[in-house]
Design a binder for this molecule. Structure first.
Ligand code: SF4
Ligand code: SF4
Length: 351
């Protein structure tokens, strides 16, 4: 970056930081409006766990081929770091992020980029505190948000997992994700309550896949749904993850984009057939759409993609760096007018 551009960029960043600070707590999304959400899916597919419900297929290790093609990884990272927009980047994997030193090094670089406002990483939290400390050396840790997935079938030492989670929570913007795997539903309420009592933000994702010959999330029973309404982080999560709501209008390609390991930038990685908006294996140029577009999918199950939707934006605002921490916009109004309550009002498609 030449000096003049860097100075302009820094000045813009400082103004934006002040603006974001002044908006916090006023019902206006301090992180979502001027910041572009980026999902960089790396295809990295090595994991030290074998969760039975893994959508990346890690339960069948025999079918996992250890041939991750990292060719474009560093170039995409560098082009993201040069992109002339403020970014909230989430690096996605089909395995465990912190197993790969290359992935960690790229994330470290991104955390130190001027245009990156926040960086979201996910881990199964299977490493020790010492190992995490080592990995986080050299990061701009103020920008980091961590989501830890809690996998009861794989965790060997529950207390140790909680101790590591407490360490990460002290240092970073932190949330825990639980999967509503049908045979684990009976324990979900207790696990969530325990994690909440320790001060962790917890969200629950519906199970996507087959269990005992039934397809989920569609096959949750009405009793399951009653429980899931209670444990879900929000009405939004419940509607999208459990009720498999049709998405409607979406800001993907406008306020967010998805990049894969070829460098191709598209509005969203959940739907095929989009015209590319850029190629980050070649240049930092991304041409975003002028406004939201209608989602072409019947459902949007990914743990954060559904927050690109207009219905999310109308009802919630992000309240932290973490891509899965947000607040209901009408919380205060609902005190005076219960018809505006989060679980009462219509939660229709925005079309
Ligand atoms: S930790 Fe994540 S990637 Fe690894 S097996 Fe479990 S669900 Fe799959
Ligand atoms: S609603 Fe979900 S699936 Fe549809 S375009 Fe948006 S992010 Fe993609």
């Amino acid at each position: 970056m030449n000096r003049m551009f860097r100075d302009m960029h820094d000045a813009y960043g400082r103004v934006l930081d002040r603006l974001l600070e002044s908006r916090k707590g006023k019902g206006v999304d301090p992180y979502g409006e001027e910041v572009i959400n980026v999902r960089f899916f790396t295809d990295y597919n090595i994991c030290n766990y074998s969760c039975p419900y893994c959508i990346a297929g890690q339960a069948n290790k025999d079918e996992i081929v250890d041939e991750w093609d990292s060719t474009n990884y560093d170039t995409i990272i560098e082009n993201l770091a040069k992109l002339p927009r403020r970014l909230n980047v989430r690096i996605g994997v089909g395995g465990e992020f912190f197993v790969s030193k290359k992935l960690v090094a790229g994330a470290r670089r991104l955390s130190n980029a001027d245009n990156v406002q926040s960086l979201n990483l996910i881990t199964n939290l299977s490493l020790s505190e010492v190992q995490y400390r080592r990995h986080f050396q050299g990061f701009d840790t103020d920008k980091l948000a961590i989501v830890a997935s809690y996998h009861p079938t794989e965790i060997k030492d529950h207390d140790k997992w909680l101790a590591t989670a407490s360490f990460v929570k002290e240092k970073f913007d932190f949330a825990v994700i639980l999967v509503a795997y049908p045979p684990a539903l009976a324990k979900l309420r207790r696990i969530r309550r325990e994690l909440n009592s320790l001060g962790f933000v917890v969200f629950v994702q519906g199970y996507i896949g087959q269990y005992m010959g039934l397809s989920y999330p569609q096959s949750y029973t009405s009793k399951d749904r009653e429980l899931l309404r209670e444990v879900c982080y929000s009405r939004h999560d419940y509607e999208f993850f459990i009720e498999a709501k049709k998405p409607g209008l979406c800001n993907s390609g406008y306020k967010s984009f998805y990049v894969n390991m070829t460098g191709k930038v598209v509005p969203c990685g959940m739907v095929n057939g989009y015209e590319p908006l850029g190629d980050l294996s070649k240049s930092p140029h991304v041409k975003l759409n002028d406004g939201p577009q209608m989602c072409r999918s019947e459902t949007c199950f990914c743990d954060t993609e559904n927050m690109n939707t207009v219905v999310f934006e109308q009802n919630y605002y992000r309240s932290s760096k973490n891509q899965h921490v947000y607040e209901y916009r009408d919380e205060e109004k609902a005190l005076a007018d219960p018809s505006l309550g989060e679980w009462v009002k219509d939660y229709e498609d925005v079309v």
